[in-house]
Design a protein around this ligand. Structure first.
Ligand SMILES: [Zn+2]
Ligand SMILES: [Zn+2]
Length: 245
């Protein structure tokens, strides 16, 4: 099982879990051609696409994916945000419910953003259990027996304050971020209070362009968790097999 990242920022989000007999797409905020490229133009095995919320950096290309016949699972308001959407391949999902997508089991968790938003616990026999959490100020739940964690580390208070004091960010951004995105210390605290015994790696998502530092974030979280930590840069490919070694 491979995790491919094609985008992980406010410019567009898209991830692929590629198993030996099918792929699950997470988010449709990147053009379909990027998915096609990442999959080496082998598209027959796409099991479906799960979408966390209606913001366009996560959902913009939904109509294009649907037109291509990809089954999409998302909150009703994600579909409703596109007028005249052909609903043939749309499946409305709800928090605290589980769904089967090809060989993947997907369980939807409620998270805390400025619009309704879901995290996902995704299971597959080749991968074990993966947590995906983005665009949330916090996480109320601790999921047990995880093998892989993909979690937002959007900004740090220090870099945000620097940007506000040098004028590159307006101060009202602080309140908006506080209620919608994950600060580095929150990411760290969630990981410190999660049982990481069976976790192979942590992947940091959705780093802010102005209020983050990829190397600093990665090193800090790696020190806290004692596991390999990656930043979800576009093009990165991570082995997320249950036993990768
Ligand atoms: Zn976003
Ligand atoms: Zn968002």
């Amino acid at each position: 099982m491979k995790l491919l990242c094609i985008g992980s920022s406010s410019r567009g989000n898209g991830y692929i879990l590629q198993s030996s007999n099918g792929a699950l797409l997470i988010e449709c905020g990147m053009p379909l051609v990027e998915v096609k490229k990442a999959l080496g133009w082998k598209l027959s095995g796409i099991s479906g696409c799960v979408v966390s919320h209606r913001h366009k950096d996560h959902s913009k290309y939904l109509p294009e994916y649907l037109k291509f016949g990809i089954r999409a699972l998302a909150l009703e308001d994600v579909f409703a945000s596109f007028p005249k959407l052909n609903r043939t391949f749309c499946k409305s999902i709800e928090p605290m419910h589980g769904y089967i997508v090809g060989g993947f089991k997907v369980y939807a968790l409620p998270v805390v953003h400025d619009v309704p938003c879901l995290g996902f616990v995704i299971e597959h026999s080749e991968m074990g259990k993966l947590l995906f959490v983005t665009d949330t100020m916090m996480l109320e739940y601790r999921v047990e027996k995880l093998n892989h964690i993909m979690i937002e580390a959007n900004y740090s208070d220090e870099l945000l304050e620097d940007a506000i004091s040098n004028g590159s960010t307006v101060s009202s951004t602080r309140e908006r971020l506080l209620e919608s995105h994950m600060e580095l210390k929150t990411t760290e605290q969630i990981l410190r209070t999660t049982d990481l015994t069976a976790v192979n790696e942590v992947v940091l998502l959705h780093l802010s362009g102005r209020h983050s530092d990829a190397v600093q974030f990665r090193d800090r979280i790696a020190k806290a968790v004692g596991k390999p930590v990656y930043v979800a840069n576009p093009g990165i490919e991570i082995n997320v097999s249950k036993l990768p070694y």
